[in-house]
Design a binder for this molecule. Structure first.
Ligand SMILES: [Zn+2]
Length: 457
């Protein structure tokens, strides 16, 4: 296990400091004020400088930025018009990675976009512009991600993709498409989407026609992950990582997704840095760039450090931390870590929920794909569906909560202090073949196949 008295004494100072701290909310505020931090923007560059300065101020060492290049995206214009039975424009937003297109065709409403719906309607989808509900139905025992629905639309021969909000009363949702997106894709509010579907049903044979036009720029861009660490006292060559993406979507300050996660990462680092010399393993903090359009920063980090991955004992991703609601350790696999985290929770006197659930849509995934023991600090509260403000222009500072940020920051610091000091860490690195088998066993292979994230990009 670990030196229990030492960890208890560290708890006392981390809790006293962390539960009164104004730092994490200040970080969310300052990151939000910079702008979206979306890949390729001026606010992204300023956020990199800001995060470096903050890591230094918080007592981290070896603070640096790691540059990489990727296929970036710059928003232009997007329009959607019903052309038959009557002409009417509908407000939409273009989805990242889409380029320039102009298509006109018959509208086809797929419904929720479950695997059975795509399969049974395949003959009807070819050559048409599809509109699909963003909802991930509760009775399908896995999430059906936007990328999977888009991939299935492309595979079925659709010529356009309209992504309709699952909840009424919310703004249209953005979200990354695959690099080189072959067909145009736009987001629409539920109200406008349903109105379009009703209007189209009045066309000849119950079919209406729509025209989509998008004009966006796709461009090679540089970006930067920001890294800092607290060197381990007795096992500095063994590394545990706390990571979160700092970019938001281009249409919002991304105060929740994921300025809050980046702030919790920095604050956990600040609390832990005060105990330098008492942490056996090295604790590394990484603020990842360009997560929102394909987990680019974390993929590039893993690629650039391929020869060092054997040294990473654990990676905890914080995409969603600090946003409120109970959080638990959602291990990507490695059931041998369940008793470890249960013991950690018991020693923390914290009702820590731990389970194994594989996820492919945030920055832990590139680590898991390459076999590094990894987890997401996931939401484990009551059933919640939909993204609410997430991925819309309403992801703004007013949604952030100083209290929630403090609670998750102290949780992460206390948790990772124990991980860093755990004596006989039982999880070993897996091969990518083993991981693919885990994905298959979890019934997620379709999600992987259509989501287009099988290989590194
Ligand atoms: Zn996120």
């Amino acid at each position: 296990m670990f030196d229990q008295d030492l960890l208890r004494s560290m708890d006392r100072t981390m809790l006293a400091d962390g539960l009164l701290s104004e730092e994490p909310y200040r970080v969310v505020e300052e990151l939000s004020e910079l702008g979206s931090r979306f890949g390729g923007t001026e606010s992204e560059r300023r956020a990199v400088a800001y995060l470096m300065a903050k890591m230094q101020e918080f007592g981290l060492e070896h603070v640096h930025q790691e540059e990489f290049t990727y296929t970036g995206w710059i928003r232009g214009s997007a329009s959607l018009e019903c052309t038959c039975p009557v002409r009417r424009e509908f407000p939409v937003i273009g989805l990242p990675h889409t380029g320039t297109y102009e298509v006109e065709g018959t509208l086809h409403y797929v419904g929720l976009g479950t695997p059975a719906e795509w399969e049974s309607q395949a003959a009807d989808i070819a050559g048409k512009i599809v509109i699909v509900d963003a909802k991930s139905p509760t009775w399908i025992r896995r999430g059906i991600h936007r990328l999977e629905k888009y991939g299935r639309a492309v595979a079925a021969g659709a010529t356009g993709f309209i992504w309709m909000r699952d909840q009424g009363g919310f703004l249209p949702e953005t979200g990354g498409m695959p690099v080189g997106a072959p067909i145009p894709a736009v987001g629409i509010s539920r109200e406008h989407g349903m109105a379009l579907i009703r209007l189209a049903r009045q066309g000849p044979g119950g079919r209406g026609r729509v025209r989509m036009a998008l004009e966006n720029k796709v461009k090679e861009l540089p970006s930067w992950n920001v890294v800092g660490e607290i060197p381990g006292s007795t096992r500095p060559d063994r590394v545990v990582i706390i990571g979160a993406h700092f970019d938001g979507h281009d249409i919002a300050p991304g105060s929740l997704d994921d300025a809050s996660g980046a702030a919790v990462t920095l604050e956990a680092g600040r609390l832990l840095a005060q105990h330098r010399g008492k942490l056996a393993r090295t604790v590394r903090l990484i603020c990842f760039a360009v997560e929102e359009i394909g987990l680019i920063g974390s993929r590039r980090y893993v690629g650039a450090h391929a020869s060092e991955l054997d040294h990473i004992d654990f990676m905890l991703n914080l995409d969603g931390a600090g946003r409120g609601g109970e959080r638990g350790v959602m291990l990507q696999a490695w059931p041998e870590l369940l008793p470890v985290f249960k013991a950690i929770g018991a020693h923390m006197r914290w009702p820590l929920v731990v389970d194994t659930v594989f996820g492919m849509h945030s920055d832990m995934y590139p680590f898991s794909y390459h076999g590094v023991p990894s987890a997401d600090l996931g939401y484990v509260g009551e059933v919640r569906t939909g993204r609410n403000w997430g991925h819309t222009s309403a992801d703004t500072l007013d949604k952030a909560s100083p209290h929630d940020l403090r609670m998750d920051s102290t949780l992460v610091a206390r948790l990772m202090a124990r991980v860093a000091n755990w004596e006989n860490w039982p999880a070993r690195r897996k091969t990518t073949e083993e991981i693919i088998q885990i994905i298959r066993d979890a019934g997620l292979y379709d999600s992987l196949k259509y989501g287009g994230s099988l290989a590194d990009r």
